[in-house]
Write a protein that binds this ligand. Sequence first.
Ligand SMILES: Cc1ncc(C[n+]2csc(CCOP(=O)(O)OP(=O)(O)O)c2C)c(N)n1
Length: 280
Amino acid sequence: MKELNVKQLTVLAARIRLETLKVIRSRGFGHVGGSMDLADLMAVLYGAVMRYDPKDPRWPDRDWLVLSKGHAGPVAYATFGIMGFYPMEEAYTLNQPHTRFPSHTDRLLTPGVDLTTGSLGQGASTAAGAALGNRIDGRDSHVFCVVGDGEADEGQVWEAFHFAYAHKLDNLIYFIDNNGYQLDGPTADILPHGDLAAKAASFGLYTQEIDGHDFAAIYNAIANAYAAKGVPSCIVLDTCKGKGATFAEGNHEHSSTPKPEQWDEAIAAAEKALADAEKA
Ligand SMILES: Cc1ncc(C[n+]2csc(CCOP(=O)(O)OP(=O)(O)O)c2C)c(N)n1
């Protein structure tokens, strides 16, 4: 891990939010809410924690990201573009015919995507397989897997936790993006979890619950997870769906189809947030 530099991460997260909006605006509509709330996590992972080489995305000793909530693809495309995996503008073809940037992440199309996701639940399992495979191959890399709180309605997520605990996968860190909402409403109304962190801990995972928009809290939780030997980790991120998108944040929108003037307003606000972060 690099040293924590909150100012640098604040700027990076603001850039990721702006580019996420631009990527989705290129298509006109998409999963703004569940992408924007991950910008702070992505800034910490790609700005301070993960080992990767943008010129060699399949570098065998890299750390892996599995965006199990694959509909958040745009936040990954923004992050990878900023980090130099490809020219950012290429991602302004989201979901167009022949694009390398489908709405859900696909490892065969996009440099930087380690595993294909989109069918909720599955990434939790394939991430465990990747972590086990890396360990068998003698690599000390980590696998980071992001699961949604709605996604955690899938039994497969809990089966993956069970498997990861049984195999002592301490090179695997799950994040649960606990934004309280899923596709058609609040998670608590559709299939309430109760205390998600307590539930993950009861599966044996070393579990922490933090503010998912606090850079230092994310960084420190990952450092704690690295130090926990013999157990996989789960970090529950309390987040705000749509954070930083003027049209989506207040109403926790899942899929957004803003009017042109709403796009303009959102992009202007994100540009201002970036300029403010750079000045601070
Ligand atoms: C197996 C499966 N069922 C349904 C869907 C459709 N779907 C896409 S996103 C979503 C809601 C997911 O909610 P959550 O995991 O909380 O995502 P977030 O709110 O963070 O965007 C649903 C039901 C899917 N992609 N896969």
